[in-house]
Each structure stands twice: as structure tokens, then as C-alpha cells.
Design a protein around this ligand. Structure first.
Ligand SMILES: Nc1ncnc2c1ncn2[C@@H]1O[C@H](COP(=O)(O)OP(=O)(O)OP(=O)(O)O)[C@@H](O)[C@H]1O
Length: 305
């Protein structure tokens, strides 16, 4: 099985250390979300994985080999860093054919990737006239020309409409489902939550978290308090406190209850005949959880941060 192995990776540009002692693996059969605020070093790390930037220290291997030692790189790793890197005057078919030929790949792979990405209908159209979503599809088709086991996408959903985002998300999942190792960068936690199985979070070039998505979501669930709305807040607060819960007053007729599940609060209220108009477990948004995690490492904090 082919995995990406990043070990002690460091990159300096002059006096600036933009990636610092970074280690993580990208496992086959799952989507690994590579998350970090703007300027965190995601693109630089991806370039080092692909041999496009030389590490100052540390190493990256793909299936145990450095990128420079891969005989036909496109058959081992496909990458989309910038979907704009297409000759606008070429048709989608010719763009892919030029890539295939220059990499010694058979012509039939062009038809295969056009079909895989649902682009047969526009294969003869010039890429210069494509929407951003179509350009992304073309870029993704190109990454698949060599049928690689490892795929790398830098912010693939940036600027796309909801349909385009959904398409890319499903596509990433299907690639992982086939056993490929998929690394996808983003600065949006909410996007990753719907796509990734595993999360590698960096800030200012350093590793902040390397965790399963479900563990992250679990940790983000907060203190487990429950918002309860009732026309009889005083009576319910008394009964909840007697039953061992901690109750804080909210706005209007709302109570914020901790130390008891929403299910037990509902049962207690029903038992005492107290009507409820709302019973909502409180969870911080994923974006909140991510901001909390990376708070100390955003590059430029606003005056109010
Ligand atoms: N060739 C370069 N020379 C000097 N500094 C660079 C170079 N490339 C990147 N940097 C700096 O390295 C830091 C990390 O940039 P990088 O593009 O890797 O971050 P990123 O996490 O991908 O951010 P974004 O989401 O904004 O693309 C930034 O401060 C950037 O200015």
C-alpha cells in the first residue's frame, strides 16, 4: 500500500522558517484533510512532497521513495496545485493528450479520465472558455492520467459553487474508497468535516493536531450543556438542581443546563408536567473548534482578535 511519509520536514526561506519539523503520514484508503490558516505552510509542504521545493531539513517519501526517484511520477502520484495552469487555447482533450504523451502514458488513458470526470461532452472545447468548476475537473482528470495510488489537491474547492463543491467532495471520497491515499488542503474546517477521514492541522509551519476526524468532532462537542426553553423556568430550574444538574439562566425563559443529558431533562420535565418549547444540546461550530485550535498561530490577527 502506498502512503506519504513526512519526516521532520523543515523549510526556510531566508530568515523565515515556513515549515518546521513537520512529521505525519497520509494513509491509503482515506482522505486526509490538511488544514491550516492562510500562510500556515500547506502549499509549501505539498510542493516539498512533490519535489517542487527542496526541504531545508527532513524528508518526504511516497511509497518509500523520494519523488525524484520515481521512474514515472504520474503513475505514482497525481497532484493539482493550481487549476489555472492550462493552455487556454487547447481543447480539454489536447491538454490531456499532451500530458499523457510527454509522460509516456497511453492515449486510452485520456478517454478513461475524461469519462471518469464526466467531461466527455466538453472534451473538444477549448479550456480557456471553461468555468472554474470545469477547469478544476480538467485539473483533476490530469491528476488521474497515470492512475496513481496517491493524490494531492491544494484547496480544490476554493471559489466553487455548491454543486462544484459537492462534486469534488464526492470525487475525493470515491478515490479514497478505491484504496488511494488522498491529501486535500483547505483553510475551512466545515469543508473538511464533510470530506476527510483524518486531519492534519498546521499553524505557522508546525504540527498542531494529527487526529481522526471522529476524534476531532468528539473533542469539539464542548461541555455538553443543553439549552432548555420553558414557560416555567423557575419551577424547572428547581427540579433540575434537585436532580443534580447545574443550571444557569439564559435569555427570556431559557435555561442553560449542564450535568444532565437532553434526554434526561426531557424525561424530568415530562414527569413533573412542565411544558418545554426547546431542548437543544449546545455544540460549538466546527469553525469555532478550529479557530480555538489555531488561535495562537494565525499569521495576521485582526485588532479585535
Ligand atoms: N518562494 C517563497 N519565498 C519566500 N517565502 C515564501 C515562498 N513561498 C511561500 N512563502 C511564505 O511561506 C509561508 C507559507 O506559505 P504557504 O503558501 O505554504 O502557506 P499556505 O498554508 O498554503 O497558505 P495559503 O492558504 O494562504 O495558500 C507564507 O508566509 C509565504 O509568504
Amino acid at each position: 500500500m502506498t502512503r506519504i511519509d513526512v519526516q521532520g520536514l523543515t523549510k526556510r526561506y531566508g530568515p523565515d522558517t515556513v515549515v518546521e519539523d513537520l512529521s505525519f503520514t497520509v494513509e491509503p484508503g482515506q482522505v486526509t484533510g490538511f488544514l491550516g490558516p492562510n500562510g500556515a505552510g500547506k502549499s509549501t509542504t505539498m510542493k516539498m512532497i512533490l519535489g517542487l521545493a527542496a526541504p531545508t531539513r527532513g524528508s518526504v517519501t511516497i511509497g518509500g521513495r523520494h519523488h525524484r526517484d520515481l521512474p514515472v511520477p504520474l503513475t505514482e502520484v497525481g497532484a493539482l496545485l493550481d487549476a489555472g495552469a492550462v493552455h487556454g487555447s487547447r481543447t480539454a482533450y489536447d491538454h490531456l493528450l499532451a500530458l499523457a504523451v510527454s509522460n509516456g502514458l497511453p492515449r486510452r488513458r485520456v478517454d478513461a479520465v475524461l469519462a471518469r470526470t464526466g467531461m466527455e461532452g466538453v472534451a473538444g472545447k477549448r479550456a480557456g472558455g471553461f468555468s472554474l468548476g470545469m477547469r478544476q475537473r480538467l485539473g483533476i482528470a490530469a491528476t488521474l492520467l497515470g492512475d496513481p495510488r496517491v493524490l494531492i489537491f491544494d484547496e480544490p474547492v476554493n471559489g466553487l459553487d455548491p454543486e462544484g463543491i459537492r462534486w469534488i467532495r464526492d470525487f475525493m471520497r470515491s478515490l479514497a474508497h478505491e484504496g488511494r491515499a488522498v491529501l486535500v488542503s483547505s483553510h475551512l474546517m466545515s469543508e473538511m468535516a464533510q470530506t476527510a477521514d483524518h486531519l492534519v492541522v498546521i499553524g505557522r509551519g508546525r504540527l498542531i493536531a494529527d487526529t481522526g476526524m471522529s476524534d476531532f468532532l468528539h473533542a469539539a462537542e464542548g461541555d455538553g450543556s443543553v439549552l432548555v426553553r420553558t414557560p416555567e423556568p423557575d419551577s424547572l430550574a428547581r427540579r433540575l438542581t434537585t436532580a443534580g444538574a447545574t443550571v444557569r439562566d439564559g435569555h427570556g425563559n431559557a435555561l442553560l443546563v449542564s450535568g444532565m443529558t437532553s434526554e434526561d431533562i426531557g424525561k424530568l420535565a415530562a414527569y413533573h408536567g412542565v411544558p418545554l418549547s426547546e431542548l437543544t444540546p449546545q455544540r460549538p461550530s466546527l469553525e469555532d473548534a478550529f479557530m480555538e485550535l489555531t488561535r495562537d498561530s494565525v499569521e495576521y490577527q485582526g485588532a479585535t482578535a
